[in-house]
Design a binder for this molecule. Structure first.
Ligand code: NAP
Length: 289
């Protein structure tokens, strides 16, 4: 068997197109564009690229992008004052503070300061809580993108065995919550799990969010499983995922490549969340995206 390749780039382009159409209709009705504010502190090169790409995607969708670049030695009080200003700004529907922050700033305090109703990254504890109880909020963009890719392969996820490798607050835990909401039977494995492969071999749906290059071996995969590789690892051989793609391709039913799988969905989901936020704030019905 050769796995079908899940083309995240094409899915993301389609989602961005749907968001752009929805934004055009929003602008007509609300008389303004949805706005996303992105805050970058310092010069981390990878973060600078992410921020540039987010700004570009925001503008391409017909939304307003407010970019705030602060020097690496910015103190916490200055950053918190900017967040407060963005919370109060009616033109701003979404606020994203790019992580990681410099070590002298308490990242958790900054995330807590963001208005949960503008927290389009879905990292605020209020949104994590809303996800846990199934209330309306914002879901972190990477797991949301993974779910969209999964639903394209399995319109009906109920009853499937899902295994998530990783329990971070930004990927593993919200991914598990989303799969549970879809009525999958969910197992989360992590660095203290005794036999990771024994769990993955049962998985109809396997999501790897570990951060270790080619961690998941071919023989860890149940034949026909759908494999979502969240990993982005920079190696001498270039960008690789958390799954040994070449080995997995012979067993999986469908698999995301790295790059070109989950990655492009993350930014597409960010602009989707920003559009949804704008609709909620204007009390307009959002188009289902
Ligand atoms: P993280 O915070 O470092 O979490 C990694 C998780 O993997 C932890 O829960 C850890 O367990 C678990 N783990 C580590 N070693 C393990 C082992 N030997 N066996 C089983 N589990 C193990 O990473 P993250 O932020 O979730 O990111 C994961 C990967 O996704 C990274 O490669 C990152 O670059 C990538 N990523 C991609 C996107 C995207 O847009 N595509 C977005 C975010 C992240 P413990 O909790 O026990 O330590």
């Amino acid at each position: 068997m050769t796995a079908a390749i899940i083309d995240g780039k094409a899915h993301a382009a389609a989602l961005r197109g749907r968001v752009a159409d929805a934004v055009a209709a929003f602008r007509e009705r609300a008389g303004r564009a949805p706005g996303l504010a992105v805050v970058l502190v310092g010069e981390d090169p990878a973060s600078a690229v992410y921020v540039r790409n987010k700004g570009k995607a925001t503008r391409e969708a017909g939304m307003a992008s407010f970019e705030h670049r602060l020097p690496a030695d910015t103190d916490a009080a200055t950053l918190l004052a900017l967040v407060a200003q963005l919370n109060a700004d009616p033109a701003v529907d979404g606020i994203l503070v790019q992580l990681p922050l410099p070590a002298h700033i308490d990242a958790e305090a900054v995330l807590l300061a963001i208005d949960p109703d503008k927290d389009v990254d879905g990292f605020h504890p209020v949104n994590a809580g809303r996800l846990a109880i199934g209330a309306e909020g914002f879901v972190p963009c990477t797991p949301l993108g993974c779910l969209m890719l999964l639903k394209d392969v399995h319109p009906q996820l109920a009853g499937l065995e899902a295994v998530v490798i990783g329990r971070s607050n930004i990927v593993g835990k919200p991914m598990a919550q989303l799969l549970l909401q879809q009525s999958c039977t969910v197992t989360i494995v992590h660095s203290r799990t005794r036999d990771v492969a024994a769990h993955t071999r049962r998985a109809d749906i396997l999501v790897a969010a570990v951060g270790i290059p080619r961690f998941v071996q071919g023989d860890w995969i149940k034949p026909g499983a759908t494999v979502i590789d969240v990993g982005i690892n920079r190696t001498d051989a270039g960008l690789v995922g958390d799954v040994d793609f070449a080995a997995a391709q012979g067993l999986a039913g469908a698999i995301t490549p790295v790059p070109g799988g989950v990655g492009p969905m993350t930014i597409a989901c960010l602009i989707r969340n920003t559009y949804v936020s704008a609709c909620r704030r204007e009390a307009l019905d959002a188009v289902a995206l």
